[in-house]
Write a protein that binds this ligand. Structure first.
Ligand code: ADP
Ligand code: MG
Length: 559
């Protein structure tokens, strides 16, 4: 036999395990969902691998998941005959957390005020395999990679270290054995060796898994029973599928522990057939704005899993959309590179984008609160689409909301802004800046406030980038209140003030030209303005100048 090695968990993993051992997450049943989800992924991967590599020496004749319980030993084993892991993979995948945003998550967790807040964060993060330690005080994992001869045995009590050892005769795939905590032994709520309990959890959380989940049949030599219905949700008619089923499926594909905000179904028949089942999450992932973030939905071809994070199916600005697309006419051999060029994929993508945007638009009126959540979580990402999705620009503007001087608490849609525009107002006024207070206290705001014009308060860095490019909305141009000449007076006012203005110009001519000379290189021109009411002076940019914030950004980038 080979020696047993003891290794340390990576520090992030250690912190997460501590949380699981002390289980501040109240719904312990979810551990089984996670293990079954991993087993299902492993079977998907093996089927695909075997299809692509005809020489792979793997057994794919009866791919399935088995649940075995032993009440006397108080163990529960989740077994699959899927892809398995090599020793290196076990160390890298089980001993560490490779998820981006982990450090950020742990910091937030430390700052969490109470158990409820911590639980909410864990729900957003999703802890996967480590959920085992909510119910087990020792976990043993035995695995053999499909096509390889060497098996690996991993074991840990979750307290800082694990052991790893090569083993012979390990079956292909992975078996995870949980040694259940003795303190739960008396509590029937946590009786995870009871077949009835296990069955109930599988039905509730994993029914849609497309591989058979088997348990020993009742009675002496009864055949094993399959306990899940195995139907691909996206292939069933939507009237047949309950909301709970959609939600559990969402958790499986997204690795999120919380319910989605919205479920979207799409079906195309005819020459190019496909089904899509998409979800808008209820919260932004930790890595939404990180460089190494993932994007995209799962791609299936005729019910066969092809890839995770298929980026060709969704544009960057909709990277938070989760779900599945099942296309009937693609080759199982497609690669990411081929997909990028594929005309059918481009067509699906166009339709998905339109469907997502129209779903959000409906949400705006049908469920304002839901929409507000959506926009709070994903608005910053969606606005990136204004820069590069020319085709859908108007639709993106339509579903966008912005802080405005109309209501300090509630953002406004552009449609609502336009409906409040004053008689004779031609432009949608906005100001960009670093914060709401900076914008509201800006001298540029004075005349607009005094005259009762509503101004959009744009504080996201991305706002600086799109406002100049988009042109207008509903035929109204966007106009920065900090740039160029802003004409706030009506025709009548103009006539009556024109005379006075001429006089003022004469009176101040000397002062203006003196100031112009005194300020020399720093300004282009000094002129009288109608934009101020209480401040004596303000600096404005020319219409085509950069905004101060953009100037700062460019300077910071060394340009
Ligand atoms: P996630 O499923 O979100 O990636 P997990 O903590 O559940 O995170 O699992 C971590 C990784 O360990 C998986 O991504 C997978 O690569 C590997 N893994 C876990 N369980 C299995 C299994 N039964 N078979 C093969 N690989 C597995
Ligand atoms: Mg998992």
């Amino acid at each position: 036999t080979t020696p047993i090695e003891t290794l340390e968990f990576q520090s992030e993993a250690r912190q997460l395990l501590q949380l699981m051992i002390h289980s501040i997450y109240s719904n312990k049943d979810t551990f089984l969902r996670e293990l079954v989800s991993n087993a299902s992924d492993a079977l998907d991967k093996l089927r695909l691998e075997a299809y692509r590599d005809k020489d792979l020496e793997a057994d794919t004749t009866d791919l399935h998941i088995t649940l075995e319980s032993d009440p006397a030993e108080r163990t529960l084993t989740v077994r699959d005959n899927g892809i398995g892991m090599t020793r290196e993979e076990v160390v890298a995948l089980i001993g560490t957390i490779a998820k981006s945003g982990t450090a950020d998550f742990l910091t937030k967790l430390k700052e969490a005020k109470d158990a409820a807040a911590s639980q909410d964060l864990i729900g957003q993060f999703g802890v996967g395999f480590y959920a085992s330690f909510m119910v087990a005080d020792k976990v043993t994992l035995v695995t053999r990679k499909a096509g390889s001869a060497e098996g690996v045995r991993w074991e840990s009590d979750g307290e800082g270290t694990y052991t790893i050892q090569e083993v012979e005769d390990a079956p292909q795939g992975t078996a995870v054995t949980l040694h259940l905590k003795p303190e739960d032994a008396e509590d029937h709520l946590y009786d995870y060796t009871s077949p009835a309990k296990i069955r109930e959890i599988v039905k509730k959380y994993s029914d849609f898994i497309t591989w058979p989940i088997r348990m020993a049949g009742e009675g002496e030599d009864a055949a094993p029973e399959t306990v899940n219905s195995m139907k691909a949700l996206w292939a069933r008619s939507s009237s047949e599928v309950s909301e709970d089923e959609y939600h559990e499926f969402y958790k499986h594909v997204s690795h999120d522990w919380q319910d989605p905000l919205e479920t979207i179904r799409l079906q195309a028949e005819g020459t190019f057939e496909y089904q899509a089942l998409l979800f808008l999450p209820s919260h932004a992932p930790m890595d939404l704005f990180l460089r190494e973030r993932k994007r995209g939905v799962q791609l299936y071809v005729k019910r066969v899993f092809i890839m995770d994070d298929c980026e060709s199916l969704v544009p960057e600005y909709l990277r938070f959309v989760k779900g599945v697309v099942d296309a009937q006419d693609l080759s199982l051999n497609v690669s990411r590179e081929i997909l990028q060029q594929d005309r059918q994929i481009q067509l699906i993508r166009r339709r998905l984008v339109k469907k997502v945007l129209s779903t959000v638009k409906t949400m705006m009126t049908a469920d304002a609160e839901k929409y507000a959540t959506f926009w709070r979580e994903f608005g910053r990402a969606v606005k990136e689409g204004l820069l590069d999705d020319f085709e859908n620009r108007e639709a993106i503007l339509e579903i966008s909301s912005f802080a405005s001087t109309n209501d300090a608490e509630k953002p406004t849609s552009l449609r609502d802004y336009v409906s409040r525009m004053k008689e004779g107002q031609e432009h949608i006024y906005f100001m960009t800046g670093e914060s709401r207070s900076a914008i509201e206290n800006s001298p540029h705001m004075e005349a607009f406030r005094a005259k009762g014009f509503e101004v959009l308060v744009l504080t996201d860095p991305i706002d600086e980038m799109w406002v100049d490019g988009v042109g207008g909305f509903d035929g109204k141009q966007f106009q920065s209140i900090a740039k160029g000449q802003v004409d706030l007076e009506s025709e009548e006012d103009k006539k009556s003030t024109e005379v006075a203005r001429e006089q003022q110009k004469k009176d101040f001519e000397g002062l203006l030209s003196w100031m112009g000379t005194a300020l020399g290189e720093d300004v282009k021109e000094v002129r009288l303005s109608s934009r101020l009411t209480t401040s004596p002076a303000c600096i404005v940019g020319d219409t085509h100048d950069l905004t101060p914030t953009l100037e700062k950004m460019y300077r910071a980038m060394g340009q």
